[in-house]
Ligand binder design. Structure first.
Ligand code: RB5
Length: 145
């Protein structure tokens, strides 16, 4: 799978670890930055990952900031992006099965790093359940208003 990863300074270390692990597992990782712990603005990196998804250049995206909240807000503005902040195996799994999330958002200041890596590994393997969820996801993707 081709997966875009991105973070701000707070998520940098975890983003690096997740990217390395995904590459070890044989995925193609597109690193959208940031590339250090120097302070940056998370919406810039969320937009970079979201653009990869919207352009269908990458199938999935993984974003890391301090809480996983800001990157989800920023990425979710881009049409075609369904970004989900998850905290545990249940929310990771549901975000795929029910919401067909294509961007995973993680909080580096919330999650133990090994747990976060495990959640990323799980998330990329879980299929969308389809069925009644198709209609709901189409409503998410419909223009607002
Ligand atoms: C950066 O300090 C922090 O605000 C950011 O990483 C994130 O948690 C925003 O939602």
């Amino acid at each position: 799978m081709k997966i875009a990863v991105g973070s701000d300074h707070a998520g940098f270390e975890l983003k690096e670890r997740i990217g390395r692990r995904l590459a070890e597992l044989g995925h193609e990782v597109v690193d959208c930055g940031t590339h250090s712990t120097e302070s940056v603005d998370y919406p810039d990196f969320a937009a970079a990952v979201a653009r990869e998804i919207a352009a269908k250049a990458c199938e999935r995206g993984i974003l890391v900031c301090g809480t996983g909240i800001g990157v989800a807000m920023a990425a979710g503005k881009v049409p075609g992006v369904r970004a989900a902040t998850v905290h545990d195996r249940f929310t990771a799994q549901m975000s795929r099965e029910h919401n067909d999330a294509n961007v995973l958002c993680l909080g580096a200041r919330v999650l133990d790093p090994l747990h976060a890596i495990e959640l990323a590994e799980l998330w990329i393997t879980v299929p969308f359940a389809g069925g009644r969820h198709e209609r709901r996801v189409r409503k998410i993707d419909a223009p607002a208003g």
